[in-house]
Design a protein around this ligand. Structure first.
Ligand code: UDP
Ligand code: MG
Length: 317
């Protein structure tokens, strides 16, 4: 395979403390890969400013002035990390590249692994996915919720490898296929996984964030997880139907038993407590199931409106 033009996508949200340092490191990395004759010298960095409210964009403009290999896109407001990544993938495709890697602005992912990604690409892989060696830098809470999410996704049929991250290389072929997916709330991890193109997994080490704070909170992680589940599985809906069937069956059997008891033994069943408990349990299950169906209705609602995924403010090419 010919040596590729590589684009490195970096989503940035309020990363004024990181972005300059990150760009210098990534430029050095591009230079070293060019020297090793692994990528073409028009390879570039593509920063997506996800509506930062600090000095991130100012710094990006400076960086772009100094070096045209740093290109950038700014959103009018914050649209979230997934949208920033999608915009990055679409942006580098428009500018022109053969393959692209996405990496976080805090360089928590070991950037030197990009060389291995490129090696795998040169050997013919369309997707090279980074798998974390460990989750040492994550809080206990994040470890547990992440594990639960991957287990749930696997049970539901979307086989996403655990400790997967948005650190990956994809080829131009994948970018072209992405164009065919009109979903506004495309869940990238599910999408890449479902394509069935040649995928290679490469382990990488995780470092602590070198400056600033994590931009994710519980709600944003929950939203991401729910979007992942409702985009890639209808198993929960079937589960509701099966659960409903068994609950109705149970009620039917208990009803018959009560009638028989009344006819043959003249026993009036007592047990207010039992009745109240069952009422609460079944009422709760029903509301839970309604909420679950509601998530899917919400997904349809958002997709049907077909609002733009993000709105561009400025692009520096
Ligand atoms: N990010 C973004 N938009 C957001 C939140 C985060 O573009 O609304 C970017 C952020 O700047 C970083 C990456 O997504 O480059 C990962 O975020 P962070 O490092 O805060 O997440 P964590 O490492 O804690 O999962
Ligand atoms: Mg981080």
């Amino acid at each position: 395979m010919d040596k590729p033009t590589l684009a490195i996508i970096v989503p940035c949200y309020n990363e004024e403390l990181c972005i300059q340092h990150t760009c210098h490191i990534l430029l050095d990395l591009l230079d070293s890969l060019i020297d090793k004759n692994k990528i073409k010298n028009d390879s570039f960095i593509y920063l997506v400013d996800d509506g930062s409210v600090d000095n991130t964009w100012k710094i990006i403009e400076e960086l772009h002035k100094e070096n045209k290999r740093i290109k950038a896109l700014k959103f009018v407001r914050n649209f979230g990390n997934q949208k920033a990544l999608i915009a990055g993938l679409e942006g580098v495709r428009n500018i022109g590249c053969d393959c692209t890697v996405s990496i976080d602005a805090d360089l928590q992912q070991d950037e030197n692994v990009i060389e291995k990604f490129v090696d795998e690409y040169l050997k013919g892989a369309d997707i090279v996915s980074g798998i974390r060696n460990n989750r040492k830098t994550d809080s206990f809470f994040k470890k547990v919720t992440a594990l639960m999410f991957y287990k749930t996704m696997n049970i539901l049929g979307a086989k996403i490898p655990p400790n997967h991250s948005d650190y990956r290389l994809v080829s131009k072929r994948v970018l072209d296929i992405m164009e065919l997916y009109p979903e506004k709330y495309l869940f990238l991890r599910g999408f890449f996984n479902e394509l069935g193109l040649k995928t290679v997994y490469v382990n990488f080490g995780v470092k602590p964030r070198f400056a600033g704070k994590s931009k994710f909170n519980f709600m944003s992680l929950m939203t991401l997880a729910l979007n992942g589940i409702t985009s890639y599985s209808v198993v929960p809906l079937r589960f509701v139907a099966v659960l409903g069937f068994f609950m109705a069956f149970f009620g039917f059997v208990v009803g018959i038993e009560t009638v028989i008891e009344k006819i043959f033994w003249h026993n009036s069943p007592n047990g207010w407590a039992t009745a109240i408990i069952l009422l609460c349990v079944f009422g709760g299950i029903q509301l839970f199931c309604l909420g679950l169906i509601g998530e899917y209705v919400g997904q349809v609602f958002r997709e049907v409106k077909a609002r733009p995924r993000y709105i561009k403010d400025v692009e520096l090419k």
